[in-house]
Ligand binder design. Structure first.
Ligand SMILES: Cc1cc2nc3c(=O)[nH]c(=O)nc-3n(C[C@H](O)[C@H](O)[C@H](O)COP(=O)(O)OP(=O)(O)OC[C@H]3O[C@@H](n4cnc5c(N)ncnc54)[C@H](O)[C@@H]3O)c2cc1C
Length: 392
């Protein structure tokens, strides 16, 4: 096998699709019992940058979604206690939309369907990599499969196996981590006013709150709370939770009427110290697990996958592929991490002076078109100069 992708989540599956034209043989190894239910294919609502949408379209994935993505036509940013707000209109930047919202589960199932049609990729599932030994030719992997073990070798191993990456550990790559002390509650809701394509981001000292446009007028609701208070919030019934969310979000969409099933996530940043080792590269959550507030995690992971695909399609697989890949990701990765982590710490830090938050989040953005343009280009996925369109 030329390439072994360990982890068939959103990023590993996207990479398999992007390698279809590379001429290389690919194994996609996923531990989950069935292709449709890896842990990341859940009810979280993903804001996909327009560039990610374009790439997924070229990869033949969007046509496999069961529901149409909901376009984000404007972004509304506000802060509790401030009257100011910033409104970014896609049309004012010459675009129809900044991106779109899809359900992670729907995207995951669409990717799994697309993977089944690939000629170059053999999906091995369920199979958990239980040992990995690197040598001069690449790597020897041992897979735990139903009823026993299976061995495969690969010239390059791609770690797309998530936050607690086994491959990252086997390759001897360390991490830096930071606990934000925040828990994020996610659910769907309905309000007096149906969504009109606006994504709302609201900052407060208790954590971020967001409402994302969903199909048929509903919203995806995200609410960050200090982890010490998470058990109290989890115990609220739907009516009380709607009232709590209203107190955090305000009345911009009228009264909040119904909230759906709530899921929650504790938030930690985990950053790999390097993106490569001999015979291995890291991408997606295995390379960087970041706070969801800036909606950058999958968008960045997809660009990891597309960058590696670009190198393999144009230069082929060689002894320098891993190093070239790591170098190609530096600029986009560091800028995106700085953006996401800055937003997250700002909202997770009650001690930060309000005027600083205000100038960072609102004032400076609203009064400086250059900053607004930077935010928009980042939100749309245009950080980093590389284009991928020609290799997909
Ligand atoms: C609440 C929330 C909201 C978010 N919103 C957004 C958003 O709006 N926009 C955005 O871009 N991003 C968002 N993200 C981030 C995004 O969900 C992640 O970046 C993305 O899902 C990471 O995908 P991945 O494939 O890298 O990792 P994972 O989804 O963790 O996949 C890793 C896969 O590897 C498999 N695996 C693990 N170990 C092994 C092994 N030893 N052998 C074989 N397989 C293995 C696992 O079963 C899993 O399927 C959000 C995240 C959260 C928590």
């Amino acid at each position: 096998m030329d390439i072994a992708i360990v982890g068939g989540g959103l990023v590993g599956s996207s990479l398999a699709c992007a390698l279809e034209r590379s001429g290389l043989t690919v194994a996609l190894i996923e531990a989950a019992d069935t292709p449709e239910v890896p842990p990341g294919f859940d009810q979280r609502k993903l804001a996909l940058a327009q560039r990610s949408m374009d790439a997924l379209d070229r990869l033949g994935v969007l046509t496999m979604l069961s529901a149409l993505p909901t376009p984000i036509r404007r972004i509304h940013i506000s802060r509790t206690g401030d009257f100011g707000r910033t409104l970014l209109e896609a049309s004012e930047f010459g675009h129809v939309a900044f991106g779109a919202i899809v359900l992670a589960q729907d995207l995951g199932v669409a990717l799994a369907k697309r993977v089944q049609t690939l000629q170059q990729t053999r999906r091995i599932c369920p199979a958990r990599v239980s040992a990995c030994r690197f040598d001069a030719d690449g790597a020897q992997l041992t897979l735990a499969v139903p009823g026993g073990e299976q061995a495969i070798s690969a010239r390059l191993v791609v770690a797309a196996d998530g936050t607690d990456s086994f491959i990252r550990h086997a390759a001897g790559i360390g991490i830096r981590s930071h606990d934000y002390g925040q828990t994020l509650f996610v659910c769907s809701l309905r309000a007096d006013q149906a969504n009109d394509g606006t994504a709302y981001e609201r900052f407060s000292e208790q954590g971020p709150v967001a409402l994302l446009p969903m199909a048929d007028g509903a919203y995806g609701a995200i609410c960050g709370v200090a982890s010490a208070k998470a058990a109290d919030i989890a115990s609220l019934d739907d009516v009380r939770y709607a009232a709590y969310f209203q107190s955090r979000f305000g009345w911009r969409v009228g009264k909040i009427r119904e909230t759906g099933k709530r899921t929650f996530y504790t938030l930690k940043q985990v950053l790999a110290e390097r993106l490569h080792a001999p015979g291995a590269v890291l991408m997606g959550n295995a390379a960087q697990t970041i706070h969801p507030i800036g909606a950058q995690g999958f968008n960045l992971g997809l660009r990891d996958a597309l960058s590696l695909a670009r190198i393999l399609v144009t230069d082929g697989l060689s002894g320098t592929t891993a190093e070239t890949y790591a170098a190609s990701r530096q600029d986009d990765r560091s800028r995106t991490l700085a953006f996401s982590d800055g937003l997250a710490r700002m909202t997770a830090n009650p001690g930060l002076p309000a005027h600083l938050m205000r100038s960072l989040a609102l004032g400076a953005l609203g009064s400086a078109p250059v900053m607004a343009a930077e935010l928009v280009s980042g939100a749309m996925g245009y950080r980093g100069a590389t284009s991928f369109e020609d290799v997909l």
